[in-house]
Design a protein around this ligand. Structure first.
Ligand code: PEP
Ligand code: MN
Length: 368
């Protein structure tokens, strides 16, 4: 189901001639000179369109640096004055919103730990009624697309139309290579549901490690994200928050130089013709796959009937193990990854079990 949001295109409120849009700045404003110097160096690259710095920091454990508070807004405004670039910071309460509006902050963002709480998002939305300021909404910490969309809707209902989403990944108990699992499929689903909403990728919080930022930034751009938000600090290792993931403005410049910016489409006739031919092949193959699946399910139904007549259980563990073993091995030889073929077979097997369960539970009189 497509969602209806009334949106103003991002180019209208944060112009960035040529993609991608780049937002950068320290995780936290720590001192006036750290904030202003970092921002000036970022502006000097000529590649940054907006500056960021956290003033109120949501920290997982108490006792850590929780932001400098309101005084930091003045440092951010000084950076704005020095560079001429718009500035953005995180708000989590109505009081934060009021302080930012009073100071003249250009763009607000809602953090991952706030998006997760509809009470907090509503409080922010209420504080923004009648105000025409852009707001970016980070994904909630848990992989719940409805919560993310719900936060966007609450703000939109309050009259905010200048909106973007920020994809910063999802926390999980299992620690993979990243600080927050990107789960790209959620961002893709958001784009499918609300195509006119721009998504900005936050590789800093996804990776938690500066060496991986380049890789994740490229992935974000390849998925047609509108821009990147990357944390930068004059002396990253000495940062008071998120030290491992921050990069110097010079390193950021290098990362940006190395990125390949692909177009969303191409007008080249040759490209279009080739793409059409390849897509026709895909259409045909998808058709074949669906027919084969339907055929397979019909046989499952017959097996269910047969098992029922002979009073045999639906689940046959040894048969299932054999299927997984042989099919996965075959798929591997054909260049299909083990994880994909396993997931695919599991889906088929579950559906087959459901079909057989239905057959088993049908009334006796239905039997031939
Ligand atoms: C941040 O941007 O510094 C921040 C706290 O991000 P998140 O809400 O994604 O954790
Ligand atoms: Mn941070």
């Amino acid at each position: 189901m497509k969602k209806e949001l009334h949106l103003t295109p991002i180019q209208n409120w944060l112009p960035h001639p040529g993609r991608p849009l780049i937002i950068s700045g320290p995780c936290s404003a720590e001192t006036e000179s750290q904030t202003v110097t970092t921002c000036k160096q970022l502006a000097a690259t000529g590649k940054v369109h907006a500056l960021r710095a956290g003033i109120w920091k949501p920290r997982t454990r108490p006792g850590q640096f929780e932001g400098v508070g309101e005084v930091g807004l003045q440092w951010l405004m000084a950076a704005r004055h020095e560079t001429g670039l718009p500035v953005t910071t995180e708000v989590a309460t109505a009081a934060h919103v009021e302080a930012c509006l009073k100071a003249g902050v250009d763009i607000l963002w809602v953090g991952a730990r706030t998006t997760v709480n509809p009470f907090s998002v509503q409080e922010i939305a209420d504080a923004l009624k009648g105000v025409d300021i852009p707001v970016m909404v980070k994904n909630p910490v848990n992989p719940d697309l409805e919560l993310w969309i719900g936060a966007l809707e609450r703000l939109n209902k309050a009259g905010i139309t200048k909106m973007a989403a920020i994809h910063r990944g999802f926390s999980s108990f299992d620690k993979g290579p990243f600080r927050n699992a990107p789960m790209w499929e959620l961002a893709i689903e958001l784009k499918t549901r609300i195509p006119e909403l721009d998504i900005i990728c936050d590789p800093s919080h996804i990776t938690g490690a500066r060496d991986l930022i380049s890789f994740v930034s490229q992935k974000g751009l390849d998925l047609d994200m509108a821009g990147l938000m990357i944390e930068s600090h004059i002396t990253p290792d000495a940062a008071w928050s998120d030290a491992k993931q921050q990069v110097t403005p010079a390193a950021l410049n290098k990362i940006l130089e190395g990125l390949i910016v692909r177009q969303a489409s191409s007008d080249n006739k040759n490209f279009k013709d080739t793409l059409t031919t390849l897509r026709e092949k895909i259409d045909q193959l998808d058709d074949d796959i669906m027919h084969k699946l339907a055929e397979r399910m019909k046989i499952s139904e017959k097996i269910g009937q047969y098992k029922k007549e002979n009073n045999v259980t639906i689940l046959q563990v040894s048969r299932w193990e054999e299927i997984i073993h042989t099919r996965v091995a075959m798929a591997l030889v054909m260049g299909i990854s083990e994880s994909f073929s396993k997931e695919f077979l599991k889906l088929i097997h579950n559906e087959s079990i459901q079909i057989q369960t239905k057959v088993m539970n049908e009334k006796m009189e239905k039997q031939p």
